[in-house]
Design a protein around this ligand. Sequence first.
Ligand code: ADP
Ligand code: MG
Length: 322
Amino acid sequence: MDEFELIRRFFVDARPAERVLLGIGDDGAVLEPAQGSSLVAVVDTLIESVHFPKGFAAADLGYRCVAVNLSDIAAMGATPRWMTLALTLTDTDTHWLTGFASGMRAAADAWSMSLVGGDTTRGSQLTATVQVLGELPIGSELRRDGAQPGDSVFVSGSVGDAAAGLGLWAEADKLSAEQQFLAQRFARPTPRLALGKALRGLASAAIDVSDGLLGDLSKLLRASDCGASVALDSLPLSAALKAQFDAVSAERLALTGGDDYELCFCVPPDRVDELLARAAALDETVTCIGRIERQSGLVCIRNGRVIEYDAAGYRHFTGSGS
Ligand code: ADP
Ligand code: MG
Protein backbone atom coordinates (compact mmCIF):
# COMPACT_ATOMS: atom_id res chain seq x y z
CA MET A 1 0.00 0.00 0.00
CA ASP A 2 1.53 3.36 -0.96
CA GLU A 3 0.99 6.68 0.82
CA PHE A 4 -1.87 7.72 -1.47
CA GLU A 5 -3.84 4.49 -1.14
CA LEU A 6 -3.36 4.62 2.63
CA ILE A 7 -4.76 8.17 2.80
CA ARG A 8 -7.69 7.23 0.55
CA ARG A 9 -8.48 4.11 2.58
CA PHE A 10 -8.22 5.45 6.12
CA PHE A 11 -8.48 9.22 6.08
CA VAL A 12 -10.66 10.44 3.21
CA ASP A 13 -14.09 11.09 4.61
CA ALA A 14 -16.97 10.86 2.14
CA ARG A 15 -19.26 13.01 4.28
CA PRO A 16 -19.48 16.61 3.05
CA ALA A 17 -17.82 18.77 5.69
CA GLU A 18 -19.14 22.15 6.61
CA ARG A 19 -17.24 25.20 5.37
CA VAL A 20 -14.48 23.13 3.74
CA LEU A 21 -13.94 24.67 0.31
CA LEU A 22 -11.19 22.21 -0.64
CA GLY A 23 -10.28 19.12 1.42
CA ILE A 24 -7.80 16.23 1.15
CA GLY A 25 -6.02 15.92 -2.17
CA ASP A 26 -4.44 19.30 -2.86
CA ASP A 27 -1.32 21.06 -1.51
CA GLY A 28 -3.39 22.66 1.21
CA ALA A 29 -6.90 22.63 2.60
CA VAL A 30 -9.07 25.71 2.00
CA LEU A 31 -11.48 26.50 4.83
CA GLU A 32 -14.14 29.17 5.30
CA PRO A 33 -13.94 30.14 8.99
CA ALA A 34 -16.29 33.07 8.44
CA GLN A 35 -18.46 33.80 5.47
CA GLY A 36 -16.49 35.42 2.67
CA SER A 37 -13.00 34.73 4.03
CA SER A 38 -10.80 31.75 3.35
CA LEU A 39 -8.02 30.17 5.35
CA VAL A 40 -5.42 27.81 3.87
CA ALA A 41 -3.87 25.12 6.11
CA VAL A 42 -0.75 23.07 5.30
CA VAL A 43 1.48 20.84 7.44
CA ASP A 44 4.73 18.99 6.81
CA THR A 45 7.01 16.78 8.92
CA LEU A 46 10.78 16.48 8.62
CA ILE A 47 12.38 13.44 10.31
CA GLU A 48 16.10 12.98 10.85
CA SER A 49 17.65 10.34 8.57
CA VAL A 50 14.46 10.31 6.48
CA HIS A 51 14.08 13.88 5.23
CA PHE A 52 17.47 15.29 6.21
CA PRO A 53 20.79 13.65 7.11
CA LYS A 54 22.09 13.24 10.65
CA GLY A 55 24.31 16.22 11.49
CA PHE A 56 22.33 18.58 9.22
CA ALA A 57 22.94 22.15 10.45
CA ALA A 58 20.36 23.20 13.06
CA ALA A 59 19.81 26.65 11.48
CA ASP A 60 19.22 25.08 8.06
CA LEU A 61 16.72 22.63 9.54
CA GLY A 62 14.86 25.51 11.22
CA TYR A 63 14.75 27.40 7.92
CA ARG A 64 13.86 24.36 5.86
CA CYS A 65 10.91 23.18 7.94
CA VAL A 66 9.26 26.57 7.43
CA ALA A 67 10.22 26.88 3.75
CA VAL A 68 8.79 23.49 2.70
CA ASN A 69 5.43 24.47 4.17
CA LEU A 70 5.55 27.87 2.49
CA SER A 71 5.99 26.04 -0.79
CA ASP A 72 2.60 24.35 -0.31
CA ILE A 73 1.15 27.76 0.59
CA ALA A 74 2.66 29.14 -2.65
CA ALA A 75 1.12 26.26 -4.62
CA MET A 76 -2.29 27.36 -3.32
CA GLY A 77 -1.64 31.02 -4.27
CA ALA A 78 -2.10 32.03 -0.62
CA THR A 79 -0.37 34.51 1.70
CA PRO A 80 1.21 32.88 4.79
CA ARG A 81 0.32 34.41 8.17
CA TRP A 82 0.80 32.13 11.20
CA MET A 83 2.59 28.90 12.05
CA THR A 84 2.77 26.29 14.80
CA LEU A 85 5.69 23.97 15.54
CA ALA A 86 5.65 20.44 16.98
CA LEU A 87 9.21 19.49 17.87
CA THR A 88 10.44 16.09 19.07
CA LEU A 89 13.96 16.24 20.53
CA THR A 90 16.25 13.43 21.63
CA ASP A 91 17.92 15.72 24.21
CA THR A 92 18.07 19.40 25.23
CA ASP A 93 21.07 20.89 23.45
CA THR A 94 20.88 24.66 23.89
CA HIS A 95 23.49 25.32 21.20
CA TRP A 96 21.45 23.27 18.70
CA LEU A 97 18.20 24.95 19.79
CA THR A 98 19.73 28.43 19.35
CA GLY A 99 20.68 27.54 15.78
CA PHE A 100 17.32 25.92 14.99
CA ALA A 101 15.35 28.88 16.37
CA SER A 102 17.50 31.40 14.44
CA GLY A 103 16.95 29.53 11.15
CA MET A 104 13.26 29.29 11.78
CA ARG A 105 13.03 32.98 12.63
CA ALA A 106 14.98 33.93 9.50
CA ALA A 107 12.40 32.14 7.32
CA ALA A 108 9.46 33.48 9.33
CA ASP A 109 10.79 37.07 9.14
CA ALA A 110 11.48 36.81 5.43
CA TRP A 111 7.78 36.16 4.83
CA SER A 112 6.33 38.18 7.74
CA MET A 113 5.02 35.21 9.66
CA SER A 114 4.77 34.55 13.36
CA LEU A 115 5.05 31.39 15.44
CA VAL A 116 1.87 31.20 17.52
CA GLY A 117 1.97 27.78 19.19
CA GLY A 118 3.16 24.20 19.08
CA ASP A 119 4.19 21.21 21.15
CA THR A 120 7.57 20.00 22.48
CA THR A 121 8.29 16.36 23.26
CA ARG A 122 11.21 14.03 23.90
CA GLY A 123 11.54 11.02 21.61
CA SER A 124 13.98 8.68 19.90
CA GLN A 125 14.22 10.59 16.59
CA LEU A 126 14.60 14.30 15.90
CA THR A 127 11.38 15.41 14.20
CA ALA A 128 10.03 18.84 13.29
CA THR A 129 6.45 19.35 12.16
CA VAL A 130 5.37 22.81 11.07
CA GLN A 131 1.86 23.86 10.24
CA VAL A 132 1.31 27.10 8.36
CA LEU A 133 -1.98 28.96 8.06
CA GLY A 134 -2.45 31.42 5.25
CA GLU A 135 -5.10 33.65 3.74
CA LEU A 136 -6.61 33.94 0.31
CA PRO A 137 -9.39 35.99 -1.32
CA ILE A 138 -12.27 33.54 -1.39
CA GLY A 139 -12.49 31.46 -4.56
CA SER A 140 -9.02 32.41 -5.80
CA GLU A 141 -7.05 29.32 -4.69
CA LEU A 142 -4.81 27.49 -7.18
CA ARG A 143 -5.97 23.90 -7.39
CA ARG A 144 -4.55 20.74 -8.92
CA ASP A 145 -7.71 19.81 -10.79
CA GLY A 146 -8.24 22.57 -13.35
CA ALA A 147 -5.79 21.75 -16.18
CA GLN A 148 -7.34 21.65 -19.67
CA PRO A 149 -6.06 20.03 -22.89
CA GLY A 150 -4.00 22.58 -24.81
CA ASP A 151 -2.74 24.39 -21.69
CA SER A 152 0.99 25.03 -21.50
CA VAL A 153 2.84 23.37 -18.62
CA PHE A 154 5.39 25.54 -16.82
CA VAL A 155 7.89 25.04 -14.05
CA SER A 156 9.55 27.81 -12.02
CA GLY A 157 13.29 28.18 -11.31
CA SER A 158 15.38 25.09 -12.01
CA VAL A 159 14.82 21.43 -11.14
CA GLY A 160 17.13 18.69 -9.90
CA ASP A 161 19.42 20.92 -7.81
CA ALA A 162 18.19 19.90 -4.36
CA ALA A 163 18.48 16.15 -4.95
CA ALA A 164 21.99 16.75 -6.27
CA GLY A 165 22.77 18.91 -3.25
CA LEU A 166 21.57 16.29 -0.78
CA GLY A 167 23.97 13.80 -2.36
CA LEU A 168 26.86 16.20 -1.67
CA TRP A 169 26.03 16.61 1.99
CA ALA A 170 28.54 14.08 3.32
CA GLU A 171 31.41 16.27 2.06
CA ALA A 172 29.89 19.59 3.12
CA ASP A 173 33.20 21.10 4.28
CA LYS A 174 35.05 20.74 0.97
CA LEU A 175 32.59 21.83 -1.67
CA SER A 176 33.29 23.98 -4.72
CA ALA A 177 31.14 27.08 -5.31
CA GLU A 178 28.89 25.11 -7.70
CA GLN A 179 28.52 22.26 -5.25
CA GLN A 180 27.73 24.73 -2.49
CA PHE A 181 24.98 26.22 -4.64
CA LEU A 182 23.42 22.74 -5.03
CA ALA A 183 23.77 21.91 -1.31
CA GLN A 184 22.16 25.24 -0.47
CA ARG A 185 19.22 24.50 -2.76
CA PHE A 186 18.53 21.49 -0.53
CA ALA A 187 19.24 23.22 2.78
CA ARG A 188 17.33 26.44 2.14
CA PRO A 189 14.69 26.02 -0.54
CA THR A 190 13.02 29.15 -1.94
CA PRO A 191 9.24 29.00 -1.71
CA ARG A 192 7.79 30.76 -4.79
CA LEU A 193 5.24 32.76 -2.83
CA ALA A 194 5.16 35.89 -5.01
CA LEU A 195 4.81 33.79 -8.14
CA GLY A 196 2.02 31.69 -6.58
CA LYS A 197 0.08 34.86 -5.80
CA ALA A 198 0.67 36.18 -9.33
CA LEU A 199 -0.82 32.97 -10.73
CA ARG A 200 -4.22 33.61 -9.13
CA GLY A 201 -6.81 34.02 -11.85
CA LEU A 202 -4.24 32.96 -14.45
CA ALA A 203 -3.07 29.38 -13.85
CA SER A 204 -5.63 26.65 -14.51
CA ALA A 205 -3.84 24.27 -12.10
CA ALA A 206 -0.75 24.25 -9.88
CA ILE A 207 1.27 21.99 -7.58
CA ASP A 208 4.62 22.39 -5.87
CA VAL A 209 7.46 20.04 -6.78
CA SER A 210 8.43 18.29 -3.55
CA ASP A 211 8.65 14.65 -4.63
CA GLY A 212 10.11 15.08 -8.14
CA LEU A 213 8.77 16.79 -11.27
CA LEU A 214 7.36 13.66 -12.97
CA GLY A 215 5.69 12.40 -9.80
CA ASP A 216 4.14 15.74 -8.87
CA LEU A 217 3.05 16.60 -12.41
CA SER A 218 1.41 13.14 -12.52
CA LYS A 219 -0.60 14.04 -9.40
CA LEU A 220 -1.80 17.25 -11.08
CA LEU A 221 -2.73 15.28 -14.21
CA ARG A 222 -4.67 12.66 -12.24
CA ALA A 223 -6.54 15.39 -10.36
CA SER A 224 -7.32 17.16 -13.65
CA ASP A 225 -8.20 13.90 -15.45
CA CYS A 226 -5.89 14.56 -18.40
CA GLY A 227 -2.36 13.78 -19.62
CA ALA A 228 0.67 15.77 -20.75
CA SER A 229 3.66 15.70 -23.05
CA VAL A 230 6.93 17.00 -21.64
CA ALA A 231 9.82 18.13 -23.85
CA LEU A 232 12.94 16.89 -22.08
CA ASP A 233 15.17 19.34 -23.97
CA SER A 234 13.34 22.24 -22.39
CA LEU A 235 13.82 21.27 -18.71
CA PRO A 236 15.33 24.22 -16.80
CA LEU A 237 18.66 22.95 -15.44
CA SER A 238 20.97 25.20 -13.44
CA ALA A 239 24.50 25.87 -14.66
CA ALA A 240 25.78 24.18 -11.49
CA LEU A 241 23.79 20.98 -12.14
CA LYS A 242 25.00 20.82 -15.74
CA ALA A 243 28.59 21.40 -14.68
CA GLN A 244 28.54 18.72 -11.96
CA PHE A 245 26.65 15.91 -13.72
CA ASP A 246 26.60 14.29 -17.15
CA ALA A 247 23.49 14.96 -19.25
CA VAL A 248 21.79 11.65 -18.38
CA SER A 249 22.24 12.05 -14.59
CA ALA A 250 21.22 15.73 -14.68
CA GLU A 251 18.04 14.85 -16.55
CA ARG A 252 17.20 12.03 -14.13
CA LEU A 253 17.73 14.34 -11.14
CA ALA A 254 15.54 17.01 -12.78
CA LEU A 255 12.70 14.57 -13.47
CA THR A 256 12.71 12.40 -10.37
CA GLY A 257 14.85 14.12 -7.71
CA GLY A 258 12.75 15.63 -4.94
CA ASP A 259 12.95 18.67 -2.66
CA ASP A 260 13.10 21.38 -5.33
CA TYR A 261 10.03 23.22 -4.03
CA GLU A 262 9.47 24.87 -7.38
CA LEU A 263 5.97 25.41 -8.77
CA CYS A 264 4.64 23.37 -11.68
CA PHE A 265 1.54 24.94 -13.22
CA CYS A 266 -0.64 25.16 -16.31
CA VAL A 267 -1.70 28.24 -18.23
CA PRO A 268 -4.18 28.50 -21.14
CA PRO A 269 -2.31 29.23 -24.39
CA ASP A 270 -3.92 32.65 -24.86
CA ARG A 271 -2.65 33.80 -21.45
CA VAL A 272 0.99 32.75 -21.74
CA ASP A 273 2.14 36.29 -22.64
CA GLU A 274 0.43 37.62 -19.52
CA LEU A 275 2.18 34.97 -17.43
CA LEU A 276 5.57 35.85 -18.90
CA ALA A 277 5.00 39.54 -18.18
CA ARG A 278 3.93 38.87 -14.57
CA ALA A 279 6.90 36.54 -13.96
CA ALA A 280 9.35 39.03 -15.48
CA ALA A 281 7.98 41.79 -13.25
CA LEU A 282 8.73 39.59 -10.23
CA ASP A 283 12.13 38.54 -11.57
CA GLU A 284 10.98 34.90 -11.45
CA THR A 285 12.13 32.41 -14.08
CA VAL A 286 9.37 30.29 -15.58
CA THR A 287 9.95 27.73 -18.35
CA CYS A 288 7.40 26.05 -20.59
CA ILE A 289 8.17 22.31 -20.46
CA GLY A 290 5.17 20.82 -22.20
CA ARG A 291 1.48 20.70 -22.97
CA ILE A 292 -1.64 19.23 -21.43
CA GLU A 293 -3.15 16.45 -23.58
CA ARG A 294 -6.63 14.92 -23.58
CA GLN A 295 -5.18 11.38 -23.41
CA SER A 296 -4.18 10.38 -19.86
CA GLY A 297 -0.53 9.60 -19.02
CA LEU A 298 2.71 11.50 -19.17
CA VAL A 299 4.80 11.26 -22.31
CA CYS A 300 8.42 12.48 -22.35
CA ILE A 301 9.80 13.59 -25.70
CA ARG A 302 13.40 14.27 -26.73
CA ASN A 303 14.28 15.39 -30.27
CA GLY A 304 10.82 14.35 -31.43
CA ARG A 305 11.16 10.80 -30.00
CA VAL A 306 9.22 9.36 -27.07
CA ILE A 307 11.45 8.41 -24.13
CA GLU A 308 10.25 5.88 -21.55
CA TYR A 309 10.77 6.98 -17.98
CA ASP A 310 10.32 4.25 -15.41
CA ALA A 311 10.77 6.17 -12.15
CA ALA A 312 7.51 7.97 -11.41
CA GLY A 313 9.00 10.20 -8.72
CA TYR A 314 9.18 9.49 -5.04
CA ARG A 315 6.41 7.62 -3.21
CA HIS A 316 6.57 6.91 0.52
CA PHE A 317 6.16 3.33 1.73
CA THR A 318 7.14 1.79 -1.59
CA GLY A 319 10.86 1.84 -0.84
CA SER A 320 11.56 3.58 -4.12
CA GLY A 321 13.02 6.91 -3.04
CA SER A 322 14.55 9.21 -0.45
P1 ADP B 1 1.98 17.32 -0.69
O1 ADP B 1 3.09 16.64 -1.45
O2 ADP B 1 1.66 18.67 -1.17
O3 ADP B 1 2.16 17.28 0.82
P2 ADP B 1 0.49 15.03 -1.58
O4 ADP B 1 0.52 15.12 -3.05
O5 ADP B 1 1.40 14.09 -0.89
O6 ADP B 1 0.66 16.49 -0.94
O7 ADP B 1 -1.05 14.74 -1.25
C1 ADP B 1 -1.45 14.15 -0.13
C2 ADP B 1 -2.83 14.74 0.21
O8 ADP B 1 -3.32 13.97 1.29
C3 ADP B 1 -2.75 16.18 0.70
O9 ADP B 1 -3.96 16.85 0.40
C4 ADP B 1 -2.61 16.00 2.20
O10 ADP B 1 -3.13 17.09 2.92
C5 ADP B 1 -3.43 14.76 2.45
N1 ADP B 1 -2.97 13.93 3.58
C6 ADP B 1 -1.75 13.37 3.76
N2 ADP B 1 -1.69 12.64 4.88
C7 ADP B 1 -2.92 12.73 5.46
C8 ADP B 1 -3.52 12.21 6.64
N3 ADP B 1 -2.83 11.42 7.46
N4 ADP B 1 -4.78 12.54 6.90
C9 ADP B 1 -5.49 13.34 6.08
N5 ADP B 1 -5.01 13.85 4.94
C10 ADP B 1 -3.74 13.57 4.62
MG1 MG C 1 2.77 20.11 -2.15
